[in-house]
Design a protein around this ligand. Structure first.
Ligand SMILES: C[S@@+](CC[C@H](N)C(=O)[O-])C[C@H]1O[C@@H](n2cnc3c(N)ncnc32)[C@H](O)[C@@H]1O
Length: 268
């Protein structure tokens, strides 16, 4: 079990798909198609694949019958991915990414990820990028949380609550102390140091009343991390949450949750 349940991933997927940068997605697809044309069968490796959100977003833009490898350490999510997208041209790997040397990256031209790198530590990112650079593999990493959340209807405690939530993002999620909102700047710097061409795009969720269920799940999901950080009393957090929940389906009930997409193409 990874702590990410399939229901949460299903709830967030439409907002993720709407937020993804079409420009970076198209450039990732064009890079892959050019490599496939030049080198024959090459594969995409999606790390931390969950139930296959990146596959669903990117595969329609790739040459027909492109080869995929989907990797996650949670067998239940991989099983759900296979149920949702089938198994044709896809290999599934139940692996912990911490062991970078065990990445199934032979014949891989493009590594993809979504909503993953904010969980990773600086040490993991450095080792991961070194591995990609050694093999001249491109990276398309979408929807990394950037720490910026704004609500259309402000509450005086928003930024206090958010600061504690963002502090909690820095705790260890299994790959060392996580970089949370600092993941993309670190990833970019590491890739640039290896000669990659790096582009990023702001890709916030724009949550309105139509996405109220996602908004409610996001708000409720903030509570335990903020309680764990412990600088705000539980009743104060409870009052803030009650205010927020009261408006999610009403006028000015929306919010924006910041994310960054990144595309890095290898030198040469
Ligand atoms: C926020 S979910 C994103 C899932 C999917 N990419 C999406 O966008 O819906 C993060 C995923 O990373 C996986 N993950 C986290 N740490 C991992 C690790 N050390 N090794 C392999 N997978 C990991 C989780 O199991 C989960 O599926």
């Amino acid at each position: 079990m990874s702590g990410f349940d399939a229901k949460w991933l299903t709830l967030r997927e439409p907002a993720d798909q709407a937020a993804r940068s079409p420009v970076l997605l198209d450039k990732a697809a064009a890079f892959f198609a050019a490599r496939a044309a030049a080198e024959g069968p090459v594969a995409v490796l999606d790390v931390g694949c969950g139930t296959g959100s990146t596959y669903r977003a990117l595969n329609p833009h790739l040459p027909a019958r492109s080869l995929w490898r989907l990797l996650d350490h949670d067998p239940a999510l991989l099983e759900e991915a296979a149920r949702q997208i089938g198994t044709e041209n896809i290999d599934f790997f139940t692996r912990d990414l911490g062991i970078v040397e065990a990445l199934p990256d032979d014949g891989v031209s493009l590594v993809t990820a979504s909503a993953f790198f904010d969980l990773a530590s600086a040490d993991f990112i450095d080792r991961f990028v070194a591995r990609l650079a050694e093999r001249r593999i491109a990276l398309y990493a979408a929807l990394n949380y950037d720490g910026k959340v704004t609500w259309a209807r402000p509450h005086p405690l928003d930024q206090r609550v958010l600061a504690d939530f963002n502090r909690h993002q820095l705790t260890d999620k299994g790959l060392g102390p996580a970089l949370g909102p600092e993941a993309v700047p670190h990833l970019s710097a590491a890739l640039l140091a290896h000669g990659y061409r790096v582009e990023t795009a702001e890709t916030p969720w724009r949550i309105g009343t139509a996405e109220a269920d996602l908004h409610i799940a996001f708000l409720r999901g903030m509570v335990d991390p903020v309680l764990e950080v412990g600088t705000l009393p539980a009743e104060v957090i409870g009052e803030w949450l009650a205010f927020r929940l009261a408006y999610v389906r009403g006028e000015r009930g929306g919010c924006a949750v910041g994310h960054l997409d990144l595309l890095a193409l290898p030198p040469g």
